[in-house]
Design a protein around this ligand. Structure first.
Ligand code: TXA
Ligand code: MG
Length: 338
């Protein structure tokens, strides 16, 4: 199969909608990362996603809709807090978990009795959903385990030959996946930090909880609410370690390694000071920029032939928590305090 990269014009959107209605897969742009979409109401179409990505069967998918009313047939009931969250953050990078209805196939929920739903704000994503007139199940459109794609080219690099088409909607604005919050518990609980920060959620909901898996390694076989959080994720082939501490200490630490095989993942301008090969991922005090650039930077480290990567540690304010969460997984929780 040859994978077509379609423009995000009427022809591209119509072609994508037709493939989706026929039970096929399409890579679609969203404001967070590119998604690999299938008809969420067609279990057979949804199983193709798992095959193309090499995704573990027990990891459920997010269902994307274009208008709030489309949530009703997908869930048993809409919790009051979901109305408030939707009003504040939809369309946008927030995924809400509710009890699922029988309409949602078990391939989407991976056997759980819940379903994750979001309305993306990317105009092309919403036009594709509207044109296809079906909810779309879509995980990030990367091979399972590798960094999420923030350009159509990233999707092509991972899935060429495995899917019929990708719609090119340019570079993703947010650059990191949506915040996932479950309302199927007494206190709303963040299962994955993302484009909407904890402070923004608290403004609408009051008290929220952070799942343990956000900042801690979950033991193999431990029961988890968010199966996605137990896998090694977002990783380049090179071995990543996070170095916590000042730039001076970072420089002193990396100096001892063979220049040819190590790379620094650092903030803008620091490449003028760090004496090894550097890949930058945004300004030090700009977590939004870091979110936009992180996955592209993680993909770049493999193209420069690095064996070991030392990463400057991001601050955890706002969307920075999501940046740190992704970096922790990319490094398999290897953090050195300098
Ligand atoms: O921004 C995003 O969320 C992107 C774009 C394409 O929308 N999608 C995305 O999907 O990141 P994915 O599959 O890579 O991540 C979905 C996360 C996983 O950690 C999964 O375990 C969790 O959401 N999830 C999905 N349904 C769930 C459910 N019913 N209960 C608990 N966790 C769920
Ligand atoms: Mg993913």
């Amino acid at each position: 199969m040859q994978t077509a990269i379609l423009n995000s014009d009427n022809h591209g959107i119509e072609t994508a909608a037709k493939i989706l209605n026929d039970g096929g897969l399409v890579g679609i742009p969203t404001e967070t990362v590119y998604g690999l979409a299938a008809n969420a109401l067609d279990g057979k179409a949804v199983s193709k996603i798992f095959k193309a990505k090499g995704r573990p069967q027990d990891n459920p998918l997010i269902v994307h809709i274009s208008d709030f009313e489309q949530i009703f047939p997908l869930v048993r009931y809409v919790p009051l807090k979901a109305f408030a969250l939707a009003k504040a953050f939809w369309p946008g990078p927030l995924t809400i978990i509710c009890k699922k209805s029988d309409l949602v196939p078990e391939q989407v929920s991976a056997g759980l009795d819940t379903v994750a739903i979001r309305i993306p704000s990317h105009p092309i994503a919403r036009q594709i959903i509207q044109k296809a007139a079906i909810p779309l199940a879509a995980p990030s459109a990367n091979l399972s385990g590798s960094p999420s794609p923030t350009t159509a080219q990233h999707v092509f690099n991972d899935l060429n030959g495995k899917i019929p088409a990708i719609v090119d909607g340019g570079r993703c604005d947010v650059g990191i996946e949506s915040t996932v919050i479950t309302l199927v518990c007494d206190t709303p609980r963040v299962l994955r930090p993302g484009g909407i920060s904890p402070a923004q959620l608290e403004e609408v909901l009051g008290k929220i909880e952070m799942d343990d898996s956000v900042l801690k390694m979950i033991k193999e076989n431990a029961p988890v609410v968010s199966p996605g959080m137990k896998y090694k994720h977002y990783s380049p082939n090179a071995d990543v370690t996070i170095l916590k501490g000042s730039l001076d200490k970072f420089v002193a630490y990396v100096k001892r390694f063979d220049k040819e095989s190590v790379v620094a993942l650092c903030f803008d301008k620091e490449d003028e000071i760090i004496p090894i090969k550097c890949i930058t991922y945004g300004e030090k005090d700009k977590p939004n920029q870091q979110a936009q650039n992180l996955f592209d930077a993680l993909r770049k480290v493999d193209t420069v032939g690095a064996k070991k990567v030392f990463a400057r540690c991001p601050d955890v304010n706002g969307i920075g928590l999501a940046v740190y969460n992704r970096m922790l997984r990319a490094s398999e929780f290897k953090v050195i305090e300098l």
